[in-house]
Design a protein around this ligand. Structure first.
Ligand SMILES: [Zn+2]
Length: 126
């Protein structure tokens, strides 16, 4: 039996811009591109950050902010590869990886190079 959804109080949503708690259902939802976001299993939602705002004004401001952030394709592709690795801990061939991620060989190579660069950068700073 699973009645988690019907019992208990819903937590108020918080505006991503001003942090105001919204508990009367007036919150607005939107999406903004974010290359660091990878959905746990559904590629449709990759690269999309869910935004919550207390007003249309704040939603517009939030979306403006995200517009100025660089969307790094390689980061997004590396994230997709990471998700496939999680689903195949035994490892898989490059051919299977191409099939599972829907990426091209070239995109995979760029994602791997980007990832290696991040690792090197991380080591240098630690
Ligand atoms: Zn707000």
């Amino acid at each position: 039996m699973d009645d988690d959804a019907s019992t208990g109080e819903a937590l108020p949503e918080l505006c991503d811009l001003c942090g105001m708690a919204i508990s009367d259902g007036s919150e607005l939802y939107g999406f903004a591109p974010d290359s660091s976001l990878i959905h746990p299993f559904d590629p449709k939602f990759d690269g999309k950050r869910r935004l919550t705002a207390c007003s249309a004004e704040h939603m517009t401001q939030l979306q403006e902010e995200y517009k100025h952030r660089p969307f790094i394709e390689e980061e997004q592709w590396a994230g997709k590869m990471g998700r496939v690795f999680d689903q195949h801990p035994e490892g898989l061939s490059i051919k299977d990886m191409i099939e599972a991620t829907g990426l091209t060989r070239k995109q995979l190579d760029r994602a791997i190079a980007w990832n290696n660069e991040q690792v090197r950068h991380h080591r240098r700073n630690n």
